[in-house]
Design a protein around this ligand. Structure first.
Ligand code: AMP
Length: 213
C-alpha cells in the first residue's frame, strides 16, 4: 500500500499516520519531520530549508523530491508506506508518479482530510509537539500527563516556530494555493477518498481505515 495523506496543516495527518503506521507496520514518511531533523543536526539541507519553514512557505520541490526518492528505497518501505505531507505541489506529485513507475509501483490511494480553516487555526495555535519523537498534544484538548513532557518518550514539548499565529495564516494560504490542486490530480486518477477530519481522533482513525479498504 502506497498511501498519500492529503490535507491542510493541522488536519491530523501526522497523528493518524503514526497510528496507522503502528497498526500496519508501514513506515510514516513525513517530509516535515525529515526537514526538522535536518535542521536539528545543522546539515546544509537543514540550513537551506529553515528560512522557508520559518515563514510557513514550502521548501523547493527538488529538495523534498530527493528526500522521498531516497527514503522510499529503504527495505522497510518494501511492504508499503504512508506519505504524510508529501506531495504538496503538482510537480511533486508528478515526480512521485515517475519515481514509483520507474520501480514498477504506483500510489494506491490518496485520502483527503477535510477540516474548516477556523478549526485549523485553533488546533495549530494550541498545538505542542515533542521535540524528540514529534508526538502531538494540544493545550486544551489533548494535554500530556505531566505538563510540558511527552507521555510516550519523556521528551520536551515545544511550540513549533511555524505554529505561531502569524505563520499559520501563511501556511493555510500556501495550502489553498499550492497543495489543494492535488485534490483534482488524484480525483482524475480515481484514487481520492475524502474523510471528515473535524471529528475526534478515534472517529477519524475509523474513517481512514475504511477509506483504504
Ligand atoms: P509539516 O510538518 O508537514 O507541517 O511541514 C512543515 C514545513 O516543512 C512546511 O510548512 C514546509 O515549509 C516544509 N515542508 C514539509 N513538507 C514539504 C513538502 N512536501 N514540500 C515543500 N515543503 C515541505
Amino acid at each position: 500500500m502506497i498511501l498519500v495523506l492529503l490535507g491542510p496543516p493541522g488536519s491530523g495527518k501526522g497523528t493518524q499516520a503514526k497510528r496507522l503506521s503502528t497498526e500496519k507496520s508501514w513506515p510514516q514518511l513525513s517530509t516535515g519531520d525529515m526537514l526538522r531533523a535536518a535542521i536539528r543536526i545543522g546539515s546544509d539541507l537543514g540550513k537551506r530549508a529553515k528560512s522557508f519553514m520559518d515563514k510557513g512557505s514550502l521548501v523547493p520541490d527538488e529538495v523534498v523530491i530527493g528526500l522521498i526518492a531516497e527514503r522510499t528505497q529503504s527495505p522497510d518501505c518494501s511492504q508499503g508506506f504512508i506519505l504524510d505531507g508529501f506531495p504538496r505541489t503538482v510537480p511533486q506529485a508528478e515526480s512521485l508518479d515517475r519515481t514509483l513507475a520507474s520501480r514498477g509501483l504506483a500510489t494506491n490511494r490518496a485520502v483527503l482530510f477535510e477540516v474548516d480553516d477556523s478549526q485549523l487555526v485553533r488546533r495549530l495555535s494550541g498545538r505542542r509537539t515533542c521535540e524528540k519523537c514529534s508526538a502531538m498534544y494540544h493545550v486544551e484538548t489533548q494535554q500530556p500527563k505531566a505538563l510540558g513532557i511527552c507521555d510516550q518518550c519523556g521528551g520536551k514539548l515545544i511550540q513549533r516556530s511555524d505554529d505561531l499565529e502569524t505563520v499559520i495564516q501563511n501556511r493555510l494560504k500556501v495550502y489553498h494555493d499550492q497543495t489543494a490542486p492535488l485534490v483534482g490530480f488524484y480525483e482524475h486518477q480515481k484514487k481520492l477518498r475524502r474523510i471528515d477530519a473535524s471529528l475526534d481522533i478515534a472517529s477519524v482513525q475509523k474513517a481512514l481505515a475504511g477509506s483504504i479498504q
